[in-house]
Write a protein that binds this ligand. Sequence first.
Ligand code: COA
Ligand code: AMP
Length: 638
Amino acid sequence: MDAPTSRYRDVYARWQRDPQGFWGEAADAIDWIEKPRTVFDPKAGIYGRWFPDGVVNTCYNALDRHVENGRNNQPALIYDSPVTNTKQTFTYGRVLSEVQLLGAMLRDFGVAKGDRVILYMPMVPEAVFAMLACARIGAIHSVVFGGFAAKELATRIDDAKPKIILSASCGIEGTRVIPYKPLLDEAINLARHKVATCLILQRPQCKAAMTELRDHDWRRVWEHAVNYAKTSACEPVQATDPLYILYTSGTTGIPKGVVRDNGGHLVALKWSMENLYGIKPGEIFWCASDIGWVVGHSYIVYAPLIHGATSILYEGKPVGTPDAGAFWRVASEHKAVSLFTAPTAFRAIRKEDPDATLLKQYDLSHFRALFLAGERADPPTLEWAEKVLQVPVIDHWWQTETGWCICGNPAGLGTLPVKPGSATVPMPGYTIDVVDEANNKVAANTIGSLVIKLPMPPGALPTLWHQDKRMRESYLDEFPGYYKTADAGFIDDDGYVYVMSRTDDIINVAGHRLSTGGMEEVLASHPDVAECAVLGIKDDMKGEVPCGFIVLKAGVTKAPAEIEKEIVALVRERIGPVAAFKLAITVARLPKTRSGKILRGTIKKIADGEEWTMPATIDDPAILGEIGEALKGKGVGG
Ligand code: COA
Ligand code: AMP
């Protein structure tokens, strides 16, 4: 199956023969303060630690070294914001001076090495500067996606216990201005951990009310720092010190704080830019995600800069800002050689402009590859993108936990033949097996649990923030010797990996990872709800959307339609608009097994209009008919 020119098999075999030699060599591409003598210590940490005696600074590798090596005037960041009509280019020299200033501002607020800093920010350059400034001074950032509600932010505040929160007056969603500050104020009120300081970026679209003593105007503090010529030096940190915490949905309402360390992350991301994405330093790379997600952390902020490339920060949508030609415009105008986004963005573009007529207005002759991740790239979308763009379209499999690609098609080593529906092959660092419930490997082409042989590669999570036990329980206990991805899939005869579905209650809505268990907790908190089940059902654009079934308590007199509306509002209020929870359906009973387990899988099949069989263990078969009836006229059904 291999393209004759691909070096993939050789490189992967080289890693298999000598993983430490492989990553030790990759580590040479990083500027260390103290070069690690040990590449991997299997006895440290939960499953071992990478580069344990290395000392480094991530920001130095992303900025200073490029300025010192002739990239001072090269663009580092291109900010393109159709929602504010702004385009700005920041050179490496300029980003460095902004980050030095912001690092000094944070230090003046008392932020020191190891302190946590929460960012609740839209896609503006200051957010990127803030992440890098934290890295510079050894503080640990935790970015919270803007589409989450106050309660979700409060949970993260209580877990991370930040010294300061950086935020902005608003985000802009298409044509709507979304004030962030009221959400931040509410979150701070809800949180038990009391935050003493907030730095607020006032955007012209909306002015935030400031709380005296606690809130500081970003611009004013910045002007003061400029006037006093403040600056900050890079703080040396251990390679194993945390760079950031990123919260992601777990199987309960309490999110998991995925920890990323400095050294392994630097090494893995640098390797991936050249070998996976095929990008050369100086080229322009565009990742159209959000800095609130792992993809945005790794491929808007860190990897392109560590590599000396130029990154595009896009504050807009694939459609509606102003039209379905937005992605083509940005890629053409800024000469991006590759784009990395979620399949849902391409489904949205295809829906609005099925023949890609808008593409004809733009020159994309420099464009080399499209990378998709966040959810499985469905073959029709992948094939459409290939047809209209005439470049390889590469699906690759990722998790917040891994921080970079698990399986992909390495453009830098020579693209392998694309098989639509497959994320292609494991990257060096990853041995993927498919196992059954007893942890036995299954035959090729047989679906099972996708597991990663320990140790995890550099860049992957060493643990969960202050929760080693949960790390073991969530990922390591079920399949001894392996990391459990909680994804199910199979490997074909050519070694291509197919990721088909989650094995837990996580769903992917428009490429956003959400927990249906977390939503069920919200539904169950409604005073009229006796029982509930939330599951992801098929959606043409978002891939999946949540659908909630509720059973009302006996004696409830309020109209079900009214309760359903309240439920929808409650999820929006507690989790946030990003949950895209728009459908609550009242039913008399939920189908269960005789042991009382709700048959979510069967309900999902009915809702998706798929064939289903009556489960042998069902308590009362008549209930499935009732579910089918309740779904009629709700606009679902595959
Ligand atoms: N701040 C505040 N609200 C936000 C937000 C943010 N940063 N991001 C999303 N929201 C809101 C949206 O406005 C929407 O609100 P609404 O219910 O009032 O309309 C809701 O959250 C759901 O957002 P989304 O699922 O993104 O839907 P959408 O209809 O606004 O856009 C797409 C659909 C496909 C265009 C969009 O989801 C998209 O571009 N997806 C790409 C996903 C991606 O980059 N994933 C990262 C992994 S690679
Ligand atoms: P997140 O942590 O938000 O990146 O979401 C990770 C989950 O998204 C994975 O566990 C998968 O379920 C899903 N996912 C991400 N990329 C892919 C892909 N290329 N193919 C299939 N599923 C994917």
